[in-house]
Design a binder for this molecule. Structure first.
Ligand code: AKB
Length: 321
């Protein structure tokens, strides 16, 4: 990776990945793009930033040529709950953007990364130790776009020789930028509310297990996967990755180690609960471990300690104990 273009750079993953890539590969070698340009953003102000609507193939190509890009990291997409509310838009944006990104990668021979998700699985998928290769019949538009994206990754690799790489991300927990409309977002919200109110009302029900990961592990693994020798990678569609399988009460118990009076209650959102129940409880990550050394560093206890510390540093605090 020498000259990297990122789409969706202002999103939950993009904002932290951009900072890390600038540190590792040099500020002048990372071109951050997004559809909007807020004035008060580090991503916009601390390096190269360009406006890009990923459905605009011409503009995408122009940026790739102008900056002599060799690596394309395509993050711009709608998350599961928003996609379920706007399925037609989700198809247009998630698939239109992806096809444009793959086409420009084919034309300019770019190394390519885009995330898939645990949302690429469905109710017929085995729930526990979900295998790398298994039934994928998602019942959400988000999942439909993710499975289609995985198939396109395989296709562009086999047919055109594009060096496609991907992972099935679980819910990502981070303190820098909020996620925008996912099913796993409760696992971020709960930390903000713990600090503000010492209480949280979860829209996901008790006993609902989903895979999760702390953002530093997610950013690290993208770099690790992109730097892995091409010949080691068998699963070009997407690798299962996860750091923990947790339900809301597990996060609450981890927070109670720091705030013993923290209270968790439930007001379940049927749409997001339905999506969560269609996803696995815990996926098997052995292919990622074996093929490119995936090894997350944060479990629930370590993530909780760091989240509370980092949010306090950001000034998210009114609850005192
Ligand atoms: C979502 O909940 O939509 C995402 C995901 C698991 O892909 N966080």
């Amino acid at each position: 990776m020498k000259k990297i273009l990122i789409t969706g750079a202002l999103g939950q993953i993009g904002s932290e990945l951009t900072t890390k890539l600038r540190e590792v590969y040099g500020t002048e070698n990372v071109i951050a793009t997004d559809i909007r340009q807020p004035e008060d953003s580090k991503v916009v102000n601390d390096g190269i930033f360009e406006i890009l609507d990923v459905t605009d193939a011409e503009r995408m190509k122009e940026l790739v040529e102008t900056y002599a890009i060799d690596t394309f990291i395509h993050l711009a997409a709608l998350l599961s709950a928003v996609a379920e509310a706007k399925p037609q838009l989700a198809w247009t944006l998630n698939m239109g953007g992806l096809v444009n990104a793959l086409e420009v990668s084919r034309e300019f021979n770019l190394k390519f990364f885009t995330p898939s998700s645990i949302g690429a699985f469905g109710p017929q998928t085995p729930k526990n130790q979900t295998p790398q290769v298994t039934i994928q019949r998602p019942t959400t538009m988000y999942g439909v776009t993710k499975v289609s994206g995985e198939l396109l990754g395989d296709y562009y690799y086999q047919k055109f020789g594009v060096d496609t790489r991907s992972v099935r991300f679980p819910g990502l927990v981070s303190y820098e930028t909020l996620p925008g409309g996912g099913t796993t977002d409760y696992a971020v919200d709960i930390y903000y509310e713990a600090l503000k109110n010492n209480a949280y009302t979860s829209f996901i029900g008790e006993g609902t297990y989903m895979d999760m990961m702390y953002m530093p592990d997610a950013v690290e693994l993208i770099i690790q996967l992109m730097e892995a020798p091409s010949e080691q990678l068998i699963n070009r569609n997407a690798y299962n990755v996860s750091a923990m399988s947790i339900a809301p009460e597990d996060v609450a118990a981890a927070i109670q180690k720091h705030q013993p009076d923290f209270k968790l209650s439930y007001d379940v959102d049927p749409v997001r609960q339905g999506i969560a129940e269609s996803w696995p409880n815990a996926i098997d990550t052995s292919a990622a471990q074996e093929e490119w050394g995936f090894s997350p560093q944060y479990d629930l206890a370590r993530m909780t300690e760091d989240m509370l510390k980092q949010l306090k540093n950001k000034g998210i605090l009114s609850y005192s104990h």
